[in-house]
Design a protein around this ligand. Structure first.
Ligand SMILES: [Zn+2]
Length: 97
């Protein structure tokens, strides 16, 4: 306990470097994430998003409200995909005679 009787866990007492690192981390995550152009929501990892002509992206909830049919769809991956997650091919080997 310090002399003023307050805990030193408020944002004001956090060193600038910690705040900067926290902000940078959040910024990276937001930039990497997929956004829905219908509801402006950040798509969840594992969620399917639909791409329309003109580069618009819609989540599954907004897809039904969109007149056109999507030209493409994909699953949203986390920022670690391709770095720490590897897809292993566990299918049995085919022996070609
Ligand atoms: Zn949406």
């Amino acid at each position: 306990m310090n002399p003023t009787g307050t805990e030193s866990t408020t944002i004001g007492d956090t060193p600038g470097l910690e705040i900067a690192l926290l902000r940078r981390g959040l910024g990276d995550r937001v930039e990497a994430a997929e956004h829905c152009d219908g509801c402006q929501r950040t798509a969840l990892i594992g969620e399917r998003v639909y791409e329309y002509e003109g580069g618009q992206t819609r989540c599954a909830l907004c897809r039904d409200r969109h007149r056109d049919s999507p030209i493409d769809s994909r699953i949203v991956h986390g920022p670690a995909f391709g770095h720490s997650i590897r897809i292993l091919d566990r299918r049995p080997l085919k022996h070609v005679a």
